[in-house]
Design a protein around this ligand. Sequence first.
Ligand SMILES: CC(C)(COP(=O)(O)OP(=O)(O)OC[C@H]1O[C@@H](n2cnc3c(N)ncnc32)[C@H](O)[C@@H]1OP(=O)(O)O)[C@@H](O)C(=O)NCCC(=O)NCCS
Length: 149
Amino acid sequence: MKDQHFAGYTLSCRRFRFKLSEVMKLLKLTYWAKDRDAKTTRKSLRYAKPYGVFAPDGHMVGFLRVTSDRSTMYYLADVVVADEERGKGLGLALVNYALSDRKVCRGKGMLLTHTANGLYEKVGFYNKADRLMVRDPLPDEMYKPADAE
Ligand SMILES: CC(C)(COP(=O)(O)OP(=O)(O)OC[C@H]1O[C@@H](n2cnc3c(N)ncnc32)[C@H](O)[C@@H]1OP(=O)(O)O)[C@@H](O)C(=O)NCCC(=O)NCCS
């Protein structure tokens, strides 16, 4: 999918733009992935499609990734915008950009949140908590980094 521009920032999903250190810096701002190690983060990037917001100097100020079967379901994860860049519409622009990738975001969309429901309601998500099923990681997956393979 092509890059797009929003308020002087670039929205992109070109893999060469995503630096592990920058992804980890943004994830450190989240309550769910602040302790995620480099190996696990690298692997999570490899098996999902990343989308980012990039400042004019090229550094990443917003990130999310989508896991998808490209036919019936897709899952948005790790949505985060840098502290100093929040409230400018970048988060919404990034989510919209990812959702416009129709090869990836096709079928039922899913995500987990209890803090940013209002943002996702703007793009058509609705609360379905009573129907949502989640399978927690197995205990050995919770405390060990993901293997390289
Ligand atoms: C949630 C987050 C990505 C929003 O990014 P952002 O760039 O500040 O959001 P935007 O400026 O694009 O907001 C767009 C709209 O969504 C709304 N919105 C943003 N964050 C929201 C939140 N946490 N709850 C409810 N609505 C929210 C805004 O009010 C705004 O609506 P408006 O245009 O009517 O005023 C950012 O606050 C963040 O990184 N938070 C920490 C990580 C996190 O909680 N991620 C989401 C968990 S799934």
